[in-house]
Structure formats: structure tokens, C-alpha cells
Design a protein around this ligand. Structure first.
Ligand code: SF4
Length: 579
């Protein structure tokens, strides 16, 4: 540690955990339906944590007494670059049915989540994931989490290297502790974990307290920032001449989360740090992580993300410290602009005579519901053709390596299962994401995933009135300010403020390069009831239609006009309606 500090409780917990073991193995053996707090906090490093069914909280027993919490676990698989084999994808579908609630969720960081796993089944679920050569280790916790990378399976040097680099970074920053394997991968006939046997291994990157907070990495292309590189602690923007990869611009200190009760917290987009050659990527990434490890705040978790260190020091001091840790001088960033995002939906040639198909999955939830049976449709196709699968940061699924002769059959299977082809969907639906919130997230204040499709229905109606349905527009929604679905940077962000109410952010953009401002319609200000969210946006769509510049996006329009003009407009519209 750099100086004497009063460490938070979590820091002591990590230090005393015997490299992330804690009491997890012991608690797995008891009959309790939940873990105790210490074990639960450490479980995050293993890719799982405890939740409870929020819909069930008010449930009563037959005798009228309160039923108490219905504990469930979320189990997250780390999937660098979102790349899965057919067997891995099918195994996850099986596991969600066997141990979860029958749905499999594609996360906004290209991972997979099982929800509703009972404590008694969590070991079998994690073992099942590892049996397919996937892991849940470091999917959550104060370590580097899933490394994001453009998932498009294009057969050129650029896309292949982006995927390979995501995998190398993921391997490099994986915790070295053997605790994960001891706890989850020994079956009941194997050698039992014995705490007296504990032999520490070296954690050369994380040390004995791991990081102060979670850490996120992503790699992007300037013309396709589908990973939203600016929302990451450490981002790489590829610089190339044709297929010749020159290196990467490094951006640091992005993070979406904030705590409304703590004014000192804020969302931030990552700032330019330097340019690195391909050989310098890992050394510089390690230096950045170690600077955060040694100087990040370990007293107050609310301000422990690296963005606060960057903000407190300023980027110059941060850069100087990274240089000191690297042992070489850093080069200035190259003048490259990040310009667009591709959701990779629909049919695309891969460049090797084959095709890939992007399938939109609303809010990332792979399930069968009514006429829409995405889960069964995807299962049938992947089981039949055994193709690799990739997960997109906008929570979609790419079916890869498809022969021309297979296309018609695949389209027919999807149609049979009620799946709408992506080119029949509006951009606003395709570029929208939502966090899970109710009923599984313990932090959620209000709904997100469950209401997002209905809000998009209403927004589509409003956009259609002004002939704006074809405009690319990103809308992200979260059930609390924690920001898991990156709600502060899109064209429109909805952030849960209180039950049934949302703060609306405007003026971001589809590439996520700036933080939006709060839209304050009269009466509601920062807490707009769910039923009023679309009505208060509707006049702005008309304003946008009337005064936009050629090709200007809704987010760019709001940004150009600014909060004073946009909020003033809302006031005037309201006054006009009242008179
Ligand atoms: Fe839960 Fe909040 Fe994250 Fe949504 S943004 S998943 S409500 S913590």
C-alpha cells in the first residue's frame, strides 16, 4: 500500500480469505438455503452471488406468516470476446434448464448468466460450466472481468487479432489462486478441501488484497465501437493501415456506476492515455492495473473505481505513474476518431465463403415465451449445424460459419419459432439494452428488462409519427444508478430513480463517447413516472424532426441544443399544452 489507510471491511475480508476461499467450501456442505455475508462477498470472485426473488418478498405462508426471502444465485460465465463453441452454447442452455429458471441471459459484457439457481445446485452448475472449458472465475469481483472485443467473425487479420487479444488479456489477468478449482471442481468423491493444507500461490498482478474494485477492459475498432470502449477502466482502440495493425490508443478511467446518495460519485467516459504497439499492450495493461491496485481507494468502495484515481490525480500524473511502472516512456495517442457502432445483426459475409447471422435477443434474455421461442429456435439451429456462436455487447447472438446452402433452412427455423429477422426490426429496438433489475437484482429500485420492450413499442409509435423510425438511436435502461447497461452515454438513458420512476439522460451518442445530461421535464424533473416517460419525450422528437441538421442523430441534436434549450423547450411545451 502506498500510505497508511483505514481499510474497508471488504479489504480485510479479501486479505483474510486465503486467496478467495473463505468459508465457501464449508458453507456449500450445509443445508442452509443461503450463504453468510462473508462467503457471499467472496463468491463474486468465483462468478456467482446471492440474490432473492424480489417478486416473492411479500409472499406469505399458508398460516399467514411472512414467507421470508426466496434465495437464488446468479451464475455468470466469463466469455472473452463473446466466443463460444456450439457445445458450450448448448451446454449453457441445458444448465439454465437443469439448475436455473429456464432462461439464459446474454450480458452487456458478452458473458452469460444463469438466474434462479438454488444454493444446493450452484456447485453442479459451476462444474457443468467448467466441464465445457468455460469458467466463471473472475466473472465478478475485484479483479479484471470479462474482456470485451468485437464479436464479428470476419476472416481478416484485424478481427481475428481483436479476438485473440481479448483471450490473451483474459488469460493474463486471471487470478492465479487455486481456490476456485478446489472448491468447485472436486466432486463428492474427490479429495475434500482441507483448510490446513492451504498453500498460497503468487498473485503477481493482484497481490494479497486483489484490486480495490472491479476492473473492466475492452478492445474496439474506430469504425465499430460495439463494445463501448469508453465505459471501461482500460480500453484499446485499434490503429491500423489496412490489415497492418500498428497498435492501439489506450483510454483509461471509464465507468458508469454512481451512488445517488453520494455526490462524490459520478459516471465517466475513459480518457486518452497513450498509444501502444501490439507488444506493449500487456505490459502497459499490467502497469495500469498495478497503479490502480497500489493507489486506488481502499477505504471507501463508493470511490474505489479507477476513474476516481484518474480524476483525483489528473491524466498527466496518472500517465507518469504508469510510465514508472512500465519502465519505458509512453507515446502520445494517435489522432483517430471513434465514429460508429455496428450491432452485427442480420446476414453478413465472413470473408471466407461463409456467412454469419446476427439474431436480436430482446434484452439478452434467451427464453421461450408465447409465440416467441428464441431459446428453442437457437437450440435447434446450433444442435443441427454445430456452428460457433458469438455474443454481442448489445445482447444479441451471432451464428457463425454458415454455408450458403444452410441459410434458407436457418431462416425457416427462426420463423417457425417466431423470431423476427433483424432487418424487420427498427434500429431503436436493435440498439437498445436493459439490465435485469427486478425480480433478481438485489440493488434494483425499479423495473428495467421487464418493461423495456413495452417502452420501445411506445417510442416506435412516436418516432413513426415524425418519419424517424429508420434513425439509429440507442436507448439503455437500468433499474438503479449502478449503470450495468451503460445508461449515461446513449442517445437516451433511463435510470431507475424510485419505484416506477426514472431519471432520463439525453445528449449521449451511440458510440458512447460522452455523458448525457439530465432531462428535467416540468413537474417530474428528475423522477419521471414510467407512464410519462414516452409522453415527455414525444415533443422532443417533433423538435428534433423540425430542427435537426442533415444526418444528425437524436443524441447529437440534444447535445448541440444543450440542457438549457432542451429543458426550456419542455417547459414551453407543457405551458402550451396547459393554455
Ligand atoms: Fe441491478 Fe442496478 Fe445493475 Fe440493474 S443497474 S442490474 S438494477 S445493479
Amino acid at each position: 500500500m502506498s500510505e497508511e489507510v483505514k481499510l474497508s471491511k471488504d479489504e480485510h475480508r479479501k486479505f483474510n480469505s486465503r486467496q478467495l476461499r473463505g468459508n465457501i467450501a464449508e458453507e456449500l456442505k450445509n443445508d442452509a438455503d443461503h450463504f453468510e455475508e462473508d462467503a457471499d462477498k467472496l463468491l463474486k470472485f468465483h462468478g456467482t452471488y446471492m440474490q432473492d426473488d424480489r417478486d416473492d418478498r411479500k409472499a406469505k405462508n399458508a398460516d399467514g406468516t411472512k414467507k421470508g426471502k426466496s434465495y437464488i444465485m446468479m451464475v455468470r460465465t466469463r466469455v472473452p470476446g463473446g466466443a463460444l463453441t456450439a457445445d458450450q452454447f448448448l451446454a449453457e442452455l441445458d444448465l439454465c434448464e437443469k439448475y436455473g429458471n429456464g432462461t439464459l441471459r446474454v450480458t452487456t459484457r458478452q458473458g452469460l448468466q444463469l438466474h434462479g439457481v438454488l444454493k444446493k445446485n450452484v456447485k453442479a452448475a459451476i462444474k457443468g460450466i467448467n466441464d465445457t472449458m468455460l469458467t466463471t472465475l473472475a466473472a465478478c469481483g475485484d479483479v479484471n472481468r470479462n474482456v470485451m472485443a468485437c464479436p464479428a467473425p470476419v476472416h481478416d487479420a484485424v478481427h481475428q487479432e481483436i479476438q485473440a487479444l481479448a483471450f490473451r488479456l483474459a488469460q493474463n489477468f486471471k487470478p492465479k489462486t487455486t481456490g476456485y478449482y478446489e472448491i468447485w471442481l472436486r466432486d463428492e468423491h474427490g479429495q475434500e478441501t482441507n483448510v490446513t493444507e492451504f498453500q498460497p500461490v503468487e498473485e503477481p498482478i493482484y497481490g494479497d488484497r486483489y484490486l480495490p474494485r472491479k476492473f473492466k477492459m475492452a478492445i474496439t475498432l474506430p469504425e465499430d465501437n460495439c463494445v463501448n470502449v469508453y465505459a471501461n477502466d482500460f480500453g484499446l482502440i485499434m490503429i491500423r493501415e489496412g490489415d497492418n495493425i500498428l497498435g492501439y490508443n489506450v483510454v483509461v478511467g471509464g465507468s458508469m456506476g454512481r451512488t445517488p446518495s453520494a455526490a462524490k460519485t459520478f459516471p465517466a467516459v475513459a480518457k486518452p492515455l497513450c498509444f501502444v504497439t501490439p507488444e506493449q499492450v500487456i505490459p502497459v495493461a499490467e502497469a495500469v492495473v498495478k497503479v490502480q491496485r497500489d493507489f486506488g481507494n481502499r477505504e471507501d468502495r463508493k470511490v474505489a473505481r479507477m476513474k476516481y484515481l484518474v480524476a483525483n490525480w489528473g491524466i498527466e500524473k496518472f500517465r507518469a505513474k504508469v510510465e514508472e511502472y512500465c519502465g519505458f516512456s509512453l507515446t502520445e495517442s494517435k489522432p483517430v476518431e471513434v465514429t460508429d457502432v455496428d450491432d452485427h445483426m442480420g446476414w453478413h459475409e465472413q470473408g471466407n465463403g461463409k456467412w454469419f447471422l446476427g439474431v436480436n435477443v430482446e434484452c439478452g434474455r434467451i427464453k421461450d415465451e408465447g409465440e416467441l421461442r428464441v431459446k428453442s429456435g437457437l437450440r435447434k439451429i446450433v444442435a443441427k449445424y454445430r456452428m460457433p456462436v458469438r455474443l454481442t455487447p448489445l445482447q444479441g447472438v451471432l451464428l457463425c460459419d454458415i454455408e450458403e446452402s444452410q441459410r434458407a433452412d436457418i431462416e425457416a427455423i427462426l420463423a417457425e419459432h417466431g423470431v423476427t429477422p433483424a432487418d424487420h426490426l427498427t434500429p431503436v429496438r436493435r440498439y437498445s439494452i436493459a439490465c435485469p433489475a427486478f425480480p433478481t437484482c438485489g440493488l434494483s429500485i425499479t423495473e428495467s428488462e421487464r418493461i423495456m420492450p413495452h417502452l420501445i413499442d411506445q417510442i416506435e409509435i412516436e418516432l413513426a409519427k415524425h418519419g424517424l423510425l429508420k434513425e439509429k438511436m440507442s436507448i439503455h435502461m437500468t433499474g438503479c444508478p449502478n449503470g450495468c447497461a451503460r445508461p449515461y452515454t446513449p442517445d437516451i438513458g433511463f435510470v431507475g430513480k424510485s419505484v416506477g420512476k426514472y431519471t432520463i439522460f439525453l445528449g449521449g451518442n451511440v458510440v458512447g463517447s460522452r455523458i448525457g445530461f439530465i432531462y428535467k421535464p416540468p413537474v417530474f424533473e428528475e423522477a419521471v413516472p414510467q407512464e410519462d416517460v414516452v409522453p415527455v419525450l414525444a415533443p422532443l422528437f417533433a423538435y428534433y424532426k423540425a430542427e435537426r441538421r442533415p444526418g444528425e442523430s437524436f443524441g447529437d441534436f440534444c447535445h448541440r441544443k444543450g440542457p438549457e434549450d432542451i429543458n426550456g423547450r419542455a417547459q414551453a411545451t407543457m405551458a402550451g399544452a396547459a393554455s
